[in-house]
Design a binder for this molecule. Sequence first.
Ligand code: 5GP
Length: 210
Amino acid sequence: MQDRLLQDGILLIISGPSGSGKGTVCKNLQPTEGFALSISMTTRTQRPGEVHGIDYIFCDKDQFRAVRDADGLLEHAMYGNNYYGTPVSYVNDQMRNGHTVVLEINVVGALQVKEKYPEAILIFLMPPTFSDLRHRLELRGTEDEAEIDRRFRRAWDEVAELPKYDYLVINDSVENAVNEIKLIVASEKLKPHRSNEKISHFHDNIENGE
Ligand code: 5GP
């Protein structure tokens, strides 16, 4: 991705422990408001109700490695025993069109992206308390007890990386979390390095003696 793309669009990364409600929050960031939700590739088993090509691009490990080795991924990480990765082509296309591309990815992937593209915005989403986290995982009912334990323990490691993020959003309600994310994006759009177009109008005015 060239730097120019990061001036046209915004790369927004949303991470947070499993059960923080990232999926629901991200689904409420609407295309009509300029958001484009990236669809990851994963080797994890499809859950009931998940749709291939909408929730994830489900694939086997060989298919995943082939895309990764052909430089087709912006970032990738292992979570549990599975690969997860962000296809680079969609991100490039949407950024070029000036959209705010949303990546819902884990901490390892988020930090990879931030290293390559420091202008990417990293948001960490947390429920109000840790016991909410466990409760939400149990309520979701998509993982067995052992997997819930593993995800809950991993949450502590993920929270330890919070200082590397740009913003913390507490998901006390989907509506509040979505509104705070929109506020973040609106203020980021006002940063001088994203205002080259406005500044070029100043230059035109000066050259025309206005
Ligand atoms: P789940 O199995 O619950 O759908 O996702 C497990 C973890 O993988 C979550 O933290 C989710 O945000 C993360 N994840 C989903 N897609 C990607 C991706 O493309 N890259 C990375 N690094 N993590 C991802």
